[in-house]
Design a protein around this ligand. Structure first.
Ligand code: FE
Ligand code: CA
Length: 432
């Protein structure tokens, strides 16, 4: 049997929480920035799950096969667990043991237990340190949503004047377009200890935006490139569903008890001029919105949903018909969660409210001084990096905007920029 060096360099993760189970993830990669460093053969990986981190009494365990065709990543479907319960997990292979991850199952359909949902987006590696994730990992969330730009595909600019980055890519880094290049980019990001800590702290639900493939792409993208990008995305995140031959199913419904009906929508794969979601996804989403009976119906998707003056061209402003169909189908207790714009915002919609998470690191665009004056429905702006934490219960839906003071060096403290309560389609500021 081939001897391998410590293969769990990219940490562990869990995701897709259901009332009776989760997905557990790891990837064997002893040399992550040089193709992974595994022999070109399959390896049996043992997984263990327990109610405490001593692992003296295992709740569940098994063996799964890490295949070279999947970059030796594994996605273990665990079922038969109790709802709303914390579990710990780890992996073993060839005498090596991974770090321990913590996960939590979703509430049962009848549960009225409150939920704590952290929201992150836009983590350009070159732009800064992932300190926000260190703080997010300590928030004790039930689930972590990532709303896109988990990686950025850009290469290192040839012009050194453009390369004044906090964490520059290696000189030979070109824009990702091959499976090998996307894999290496994910590996670079996942070597970050703060990002690893956030993955080990709670289950994640992720939806990609454009930079997981290429800037501002839509349905006309090079399909070979998109296939490579989706494959690498799958290999590095704890998805329940594998990529298909030419597409990947990212849109999904994740009910969280009676408190939250969570809907994740894909704003990239099916868009055509005038139609943000494509016919099939639109029908699915509108049916789900009309049928939602939870206390809060939450639409999580990458892009700023509220209208903006001046309007944006790569966002919902360019798809007003798609946006109004959603608002007409949505119930009164409707909340949109989004990211993409690298600053924090909040908005009052025709129905419900929107909370826009700022970036983990990605540099923000210039924002006009009169942006709030020109947009009376936008109730909040903050120009720092960070994340947000939503607290949902049968009584209320509140959001805390967490910000870090800087990302150009490690160690920034976290603070709360503002807190809001959703009241119908109004934002109520909570005094700190
Ligand atoms: Fe971004
Ligand atoms: Ca984006």
């Amino acid at each position: 049997m081939a001897k391998i060096k410590f293969p769990f360099t990219l940490g562990v993760a869990s995701g897709e929480p259901a009332p009776d189970g989760v997905i557990l993830w790891t990837r064997l990669a002893p040399d992550p920035l040089n193709g992974g460093g595994m022999p070109k053969s399959a390896f049996d990986v043992r997984w263990e799950l327990a109610e405490d981190d001593t692992f003296l009494k295992l709740t569940a365990s098994g063996t799964t096969r890490a295949q070279p065709a999947g970059a030796h990543s594994v996605h273990v479907k665990v079922s038969g667990l109790r709802s709303s319960s914390v579990y710990f997990y780890r992996f073993r292979v060839e005498g090596h043991t991974s770090r321990v991850g913590r996960t939590k199952t979703a509430p049962a359909p009848t549960s009225t237990a409150p939920l704590r949902i952290a929201v992150a987006s836009c983590q350009r590696y070159e732009h800064g340190h992932f300190t926000a994730y260190k703080h997010l990992a300590a928030e004790n969330p039930d689930v972590i949503l990532h709303l896109g730009d988990y990686i950025y595909e850009y290469g290192k600019p040839a012009d050194p004047a453009l390369g004044r980055y906090v964490r520059p890519l290696k000189d030979s880094a070109a824009a990702c377009s091959t499976l090998a290049a996307y894999r290496e980019r994910y590996a670079l990001y996942r070597l970050d200890p703060d990002l690893q800590a956030a993955h080990a702290a709670a289950p994640w639900l992720t939806i990609p935006d454009d930079h997981e493939v290429v800037n501002n792409y839509g349905k006309t993208v090079d399909l070979k490139r998109r296939k490579a990008a989706y494959q690498a995305n799958y290999e590095h995140l704890p998805y329940r569903v594998k990529p298909g031959a030419d597409a990947m199913q990212f849109s999904r419904w994740r009910p969280l008890g009676k408190v939250v009906d969570l809907l994740l929508a894909d704003v990239r794969q099916y868009r055509t001029p005038g139609d943000m979601l494509g016919p099939a996804q639109t029908t699915w989403l509108l049916d789900r919105l009309k049928g939602s009976t939870a206390r809060w119906t939450v639409l999580a998707q990458p892009l700023f949903f509220a209208p903006r003056n001046p309007p944006s061209t790569d966002s919902w402003d360019a798809y007003p018909a798609s946006r109004s169909k959603i608002l007409q189908a949505a119930p009164d207790s409707f909340v949109v969660l989004s990211g993409d714009v690298h600053n924090a915002w909040a908005a009052e919609l025709d129905r419900g409210v929107e909370f826009v998470a700022t970036a983990i690191t990605s540099a923000p665009p210039a924002v006009r001084d009169d942006a709030l004056e020109r947009n009376p429905h936008l109730g909040f702006f903050d120009g720092h990096r960070g994340y947000l934490v939503a607290n949902a219960s049968m009584d209320e839906f509140t959001v805390d905007y967490r910000t870090v003071a800087y990302v150009d060096r490690p160690g920034a403290p976290v603070s709360t920029a503002a807190s809001f309560r959703a009241v119908g389609n109004k934002l109520e500021r909570i005094d700190l």
